[in-house]
Write a protein that binds this ligand. Structure first.
Ligand code: IMP
Ligand code: MG
Length: 175
């Protein structure tokens, strides 16, 4: 598909915002001795690696991978492709995600992780597309709220490409 990419959020803007988020997260978890950042593969990896390096509190890193079950018309069905390696019982869990769209993925994952009796589960997402929400999910820390546009870069893909762009770009499809 013929398409072009225009910068939506620059590298500098992302860096500044990630720094601010890290300060807030640091402060919030300052007394926690058991914080685990749970990155959702693959989109969150760039954001997670930048965010984690800005934190000064001790943290563990772990990852989960999910995919939507079957057809995307079946809302709320989320399949686990990779489980956590860490036990999260009595731990503070911070789920790190690239973008919240319908909210289905995060709602399901949060519900699933809460069954393991962690001390807390919170959500940190770089981007939020509130106009697309189907399921209510609390985003505890959010980088930027954006319009309903398809974005790539800084971890996010279009057919698995562009994850390595250092900025966030908006995709325009021309036919
Ligand atoms: P949700 O379950 O609908 O909230 O799905 C969120 C997931 O869809 C994100 O983690 C991304 O993997 C993907 N996604 C949603 N919007 C975009 C986008 O604009 N660009 C790239 N991936 C997106
Ligand atoms: Mg994702």
């Amino acid at each position: 598909m013929n398409h072009s990419i225009a910068t939506m959020i620059s590298e500098d803007e992302i860096e500044k915002r990630v720094k601010e988020m890290a300060l807030q997260i640091d402060a919030h978890y300052k007394d926690s001795e058991s914080l685990i950042l749970v990155g959702l593969l693959r989109g969150s990896v760039i954001f997670l690696s930048d965010l984690a390096r800005r934190l000064t509190i001790p943290v563990k890193l772990d990852f989960m991978a999910t995919s939507s079950y079957g057809s995307s018309t079946v809302a709320g069905e989320v399949k686990i492709l990779k489980e956590l390696d860490e036990e999260i019982r009595n731990k503070d869990v911070l789920i790190v995600e690239d973008i919240v769209d319908t909210g289905n993925t995060l709602a399901k994952i949060k519900e699933m992780l809460l069954l393991r009796n962690p001390n807390s589960v919170a959500i940190c997402a770089l981007l939020n597309k509130p106009s697309r929400r189907e399921v209510d999910v609390k985003i505890d820390w959010q980088g930027f709220s954006i319009e309903d546009k398809f974005v790539v870069g800084y971890g996010m893909d279009f057919n698995q490409l562009y994850r390595n762009l250092p900025y966030i770009g908006m995709v325009t499809f021309n036919d």
